[in-house]
Write a protein that binds this ligand. Structure first.
Ligand SMILES: [Zn+2]
Length: 380
């Protein structure tokens, strides 16, 4: 059982605004209304306290991926916790359906234990024209019967499926997902504007890494980007690593969708929190050079090596976004989307004591998950 603590003196970012010299009381695993008598006081003056980050889209890190054994999956979870991600959805990449179903069973167990927040299937129901780092030979049209089999294999732990909704069976699959409470995410798609609108009307609510792996905005063909940005029902994922998006594209999306409809994701692969070298993304070989991951064959960008602490820092210091908006994009919005905002996503009493301590330059100083320091700031 974690001891009671009071973190005192930091700028605390709450959904209602920033408290300049705030206090956060932690009792056991939860945030408390007030401190227990005799609670240890930790002086965090000069720091920022923000909620733990929630990553909707993450394939790997720490040299391991969610496509391997349970132990490897836990390596990924731990690697990202060291960077402030206290809630993570495990993303798979395109593979044989039987392989994915087996992997779903393994990941469902980790979700039942509370190690991950659920499963995101990225592929195989995506467009060969926009395959990115997915194996073309394993791609298939989104047949609702097969989509159903996959989410059943996840035993209620499937949170999201990315699909190219313009393919035959696409819109029916969106309906099926929506009926089962699984997020239908539009991505790796070659859809037109009109086809994207139809998919949103059928129940799709997320744009998988907006701008990446989809047609770009055209003067007479606005494509999926315009449809996804303009619709109030859609949350757009953005990979803010400086490689996947030009800073101006990020600004455009952020300002058009508004801070309430953006989720910063990592789309991380094995090299996140690890280093340059040769890795695998599903069945494909990837070379990571200076933090940029590319397929050995063809050179497509193959996921990122981003961690969410870096995404936070970039968003505030380089993109100039308000801290509250960045907290919304990293914690509040993804937690709401996943249906776990009653437990995580903000620093409110009763919620899990998942929090990140940042210094004045927004460098990561401490990470607490469920009342225990994962990264101890060593402040006494
Ligand atoms: Zn991905």
């Amino acid at each position: 059982m974690a001891a009671s603590k009071v973190l005192s003196g930091a700028r605390v970012v709450l959904p209602t605004g920033i408290v300049p010299e705030g206090r956060v009381a932690v009792t056991g695993t939860r945030i408390a209304e007030r401190a227990d008598e005799g609670a240890e006081t930790v002086d965090v003056t000069g720091h920022w306290l923000v909620p733990g980050f929630v990553d909707l889209h993450n394939h790997g890190g720490g040299g391991a991926s969610f496509a391997g054994t349970a132990e490897e999956a836990l390596t990924v979870v731990r690697a990202h916790r060291l960077h402030g991600t206290t809630t993570v959805v495990a993303s798979t990449v395109t593979d044989d359906l039987d392989v994915l179903a087996r992997q779903a069973g393994l990941l469902a167990e980790l979700a039942e234990q509370g190690d991950i927040a659920g499963i995101h299937f990225e592929g195989p129901f995506i467009s060969p024209c926009r395959k990115g780092a997915h194996s073309e030979s394993l791609l298939r049209d989104p047949d609702p019967a097969q989509v159903r089999k996959l989410i059943e294999a996840a035993r209620g732990r499937a949170k999201m499926v990315t699909l190219a909704t313009e393919l035959p069976g696409g819109v029916d699959s969106v309906r099926l997902l929506a009926e089962h409470g699984v997020i239908a995410a539009i991505g790796h798609t070659d859809a037109t504007y009109e086809q994207t609108v139809a998919a949103i009307d059928a129940g799709a609510t997320v744009a998988t890494h907006l701008f990446n792996a989809m047609p770009q905005l055209g003067h007479r063909a606005p494509g999926p980007v315009a449809a996804l940005l303009e619709d109030e029902r859609v949350t757009v994922e953005l990979i803010n690593d400086g490689t996947h998006l030009h800073p101006a594209s990020l600004q455009l999306a952020f300002h058009h969708a508004g801070a309430g409809r953006v989720a910063f994701i990592t789309d991380a692969m094995d090299a996140a929190g690890s280093g340059d070298g040769r890795y695998l993304l599903g069945p494909l070989e990837v070379e990571v050079t200076e933090g940029v991951a590319r397929l050995v064959e063809g050179g497509s960008i193959a996921g990122s090596t981003l961690t969410l602490d870096r995404a936070f820092r970039r968003a505030v210091t380089l993109d100039g976004l308000p801290v509250e908006d960045v907290v919304a994009a990293l914690s509040v919005n993804p937690a709401k989307l996943l249906g776990v905002y009653d437990r995580v996503g903000s620093l409110e009493p009763g919620k899990d004591a998942d929090l990140v301590l940042l210094d004045e330059e927004f460098g990561l100083k401490g990470v607490m998950r469920r009342g225990e320091w994962v990264v101890d700031p060593q402040l006494g």
